[in-house]
Design a protein around this ligand. Structure first.
Ligand code: NCD
Length: 355
């Protein structure tokens, strides 16, 4: 069964193919209007969402298919204690494809191992969000015409921002990309992304706490929200929540062909005055997300019988993942699967945290 759990489930050629399909959908929408006639997508959202859920649903409707699902875990049997594995098995009886968002890292992987239909990860905790990445890539390519050689800045909550992790992973497969990481020290990129993606691929990178220091160097600025819901301490959130605000004064120091992206929702990290600047691309990104999700649904349904490669993780009874945000904390009897990282340490297969 073909699923999309993290961006590495798609080769670079496949990502480029999806970008081409999205361009074609944008140019010829009528050609695709019955492509999924008789098919159903189940949107299983255990966490809040506006764009991701509605764009999956709009995508399926525009392909001529139908939609079912729930928009809050409290409205599903998970509130009675049903596991992700059982939910995935059950929903496989009703739908042709699942898009699932869940607060725990590794949840989409567990769903994919138990579903008999393709599963799309629509965000698993602070881990990954590969379909937002497809939207980000689409927006970058439509403006810059390429990925190679770009200087891409990520600003805000790089620790909990799953869209950041997935986009850095995607960019690691192009050449000459320079990553600029702008965050308070408390919200730095998790070390698994730094080791397994940036360092392991020899990507050039620079870390700073100052946006003004680097804004003039950037081709792409990816702003993010401070992820309130993932903080253990309200006090720490309140201290960090206004760390960065992109306003017109800062934009004056940026290149004239910078593009500003944001996965949204925005809280206050981009002043609304910036919305009128032609370099602000975050609302266009929302629309591109729908086209990329249409392209993805088409691909996964067409290739649903393609087997995913078996995981290369090791079963290690002696190791236990202690990440409270990992699916192992709630799901029964999950095998202890670990993968040896580039730094020689074992990382949990589900959430990629270190033992
Ligand atoms: C993001 C998410 O859910 O991770 N939103 C989205 O899907 N567009 C970003 C966020 O919530 O800050």
């Amino acid at each position: 069964m073909r699923s999309l759990i993290d961006i590495f489930d798609l080769s670079v050629e496949e990502v480029n193919g999806l970008l081409d399909t999205a361009d074609d959908i944008i140019a010829n929408p009528a050609k695709y209007s019955t492509a999924c006639h008789g098919k159903k997508i189940a949107t299983l959202f255990f966490e809040p969402s506006t764009r991701t859920r509605l764009s999956f649903e709009a995508a399926m409707i525009e392909l001529g298919g139908n939609v079912l699902g729930f928009e809050a875990g409290g409205n599903s049997s998970s509130s009675k204690g049903e596991s992700v594995a059982d939910t995935a098995r059950v929903v496989s009886c009703y739908a042709d494809i699942i898009a699932m968002r869940h607060p725990l890292a590794g949840s989409a992987y567990v769903a994919s191992k138990n579903a008999s239909i393709p599963v799309i990860n629509a965000g698993d905790g602070s881990h990954s969000h590969p379909t937002q990445t497809l939207a980000d890539l689409c927006t970058i390519r439509r403006h810059k015409g390429k990925f190679d050689g770009l200087t891409v800045g990520f600003c805000g909550d790089l620790k909990y921002g799953r869209t950041v992790h997935s986009l850095i992973q995607a960019l690691s497969r192009y050449t000459g990309i320079k990553i600029v990481l702008i965050s308070p020290k408390e919200l730095k990129l998790p070390e698994y992304v730094k080791y397994e993606t940036i360092k392991a691929n020899g990507m050039e990178y620079y870390e700073t706490e100052s946006m003004t220091e680097v804004i003039g160097d950037l081709d792409v600025l990816y702003m993010t929200r401070i992820q309130h819901e993932r903080f253990a301490s309200e006090e720490e959130y309140l201290r960090l929540k206004d760390s960065y605000v992109l306003d017109m004064a800062k934009m004056e120091g940026a290149k004239s062909d910078l593009i500003v992206l944001h996965p949204l929702p925005r809280v206050n990290e981009i002043s609304t005055a910036v919305d009128k600047d032609p370099r602000a691309c975050y609302f266009e990104q929302v629309l591109n997300a729908k086209y990329m999700r249409m392209a993805l649904i088409l691909k996964l349904l067409a290739e649903k019988d393609t087997e995913m490669p078996e995981t290369d993780a090791e079963y290690r009874e002696d190791l236990t993942c202690d990440n409270k945000g990992c699916i192992v904390t709630t799901e029964q009897e999950l095998p202890h699967l670990f993968r040896k990282g580039a730094d020689g340490k074992y990382r949990c297969l589900y959430c990629e945290h270190r033992d």
